[in-house]
Design a protein around this ligand. Structure first.
Ligand SMILES: Cc1cc2nc3c(=O)[nH]c(=O)nc-3n(C[C@H](O)[C@H](O)[C@H](O)COP(=O)(O)O)c2cc1C
Length: 340
């Protein structure tokens, strides 16, 4: 019932992607979503190429289904070489290279030559057209209600059909605010051929998120997120949607401070990247993983407006199953005009 043309193109069973979430969508979460019939897209998470290679191989050992690896093309001033990371993904022949925050044009022909499909995430019609001209295989239209870094200013319900019309026949995936079966059906009705789900999947057993982060996602409501540039240390002036914690409320009036890259910002804790300890300074945009320690309350709890719909922590495969089953029931009800 839900196998769209994009599902056939990618060799997946259900039109649901685990959105790449920096640090949070690791091999574990990506693999269970792929094993459940969707497309798990692992984030490269700032890992240096040798560590990323190990992560890709770990993901491959956990699933024999298609998966993706996400790379940010520009933006963070983290010590990672985009070219080397893309080359590595192509060498490893990941089924899907997912790109965000930059122009995918230089990479598409190389990816296709390596047998790798490219899916670019955008936040506007203009960027969708650029991706279409570049020859990508599918485009994720990300609405402004999404969690994490947000590319545009238009809501999912307004953006998706505009992108669908602008890039037809290239398949479009809806992202931003989709957290249950109603959102999935709505996205399909807008012309999307799949959905990419981020925030809902933070509250799963397999998400690589600190227990405090998962708990905050459970209790937050849709009006408790903000689109800001506050966590701009290392990635200045890049809008992201995060939870309005007391720390965020305290600093929002001085939002620009977060992008100043002041070397004297206090150290608030520590985390690990690629297994190595990394000090966390105030305003760094690392959502807390189980490796994070220190003053968690000052960290970046990236989440979208769909957070209000997230009420329980469960295995990601169950989330997918509920989405598919719930969507099937809604569609039957709509088609038969049964009152509920
Ligand atoms: C914690 C978090 C981290 C994210 N990191 C990335 C990333 O590294 N690369 C990327 O392309 N998108 C990233 N995103 C955006 C997602 O790919 C997706 O657009 C978004 O989660 C969809 O909206 P939703 O959160 O309302 O489901 C992130 C989102 C979240 C919540």
């Amino acid at each position: 019932m839900f196998r769209t043309q994009l599902c056939s193109l990618l060799g997946i069973e259900v039109p649901i992607f685990a959105a790449p979430m920096g640090f949070v969508t690791g091999p574990g979460l990506a693999a269970v979503v792929s094993n459940a019939g969707g497309l798990g897209i692992m984030s490269f998470s700032g890992n240096p190429p040798p560590v990323l290679r190990e992560e890709i191989r770990r993901l491959r050992s956990l699933t024999d289904k298609p998966f993706g690896v996400n790379v940010l093309l520009t933006g963070p001033h983290l010590p990672f070489p985009v070219e080397a990371v893309v080359d590595l993904c192509l060498e490893e022949q990941v089924p899907v290279l997912s790109t965000f925050w930059g122009d995918p044009t230089p990479y598409v022909a190389r990816a296709h030559a390596a047998g790798v499909k490219v899916i670019d995430q955008v936040g506007s019609v203009a960027d969708a057209q650029r991706a279409a001209r570049a020859g990508v295989d599918a485009i994720v239209a990300q609405g402004v209600e999404a969690g994490g870094h947000v590319a545009g200013e238009v809501t999912t319900i307004a953006l998706v059909p505009r992108v669908v019309d602008a890039v037809a026949p290239i398949p479009v995936v809806a992202a931003g605010g989709i957290a249950d079966a109603r959102g999935l059906v709505a996205a399909l009705a807008l012309g999307a051929q799949a959905v990419a789900i981020g925030t809902r999947l933070i509250a799963t057993l397999e998400a690589y998120a600190h227990p405090v982060y998962k708990q905050k996602v459970l209790v937050a409501t849709e009006d408790q997120t903000v689109r800001t540039t506050l966590f701009g240390y290392g990635w200045p002036n890049a809008p992201h949607r995060t939870l309005r914690t007391p720390f965020v409320e305290r600093w929002l009036p001085e939002e620009g401070r977060g992008s100043e890259q002041r070397p004297d910002e206090p150290r608030i804790g520590e985390t690990k990247i690629g297994g190595q300890p990394v000090p966390l300074l105030r305003f760094m945009g690392f959502p807390p993983t189980p490796d994070a320690s220190g003053d968690l309350e000052s960290m970046d709890f990236l989440a979208g407006q769909g957070v209000g719909l997230v009420k329980d922590i469960k295995p990601a495969a169950e989330v997918l199953q509920e989405l598919v089953e719930g969507a099937r029931q809604i569609i039957i009800q709509l088609a038969t005009g049964v009152e509920n």
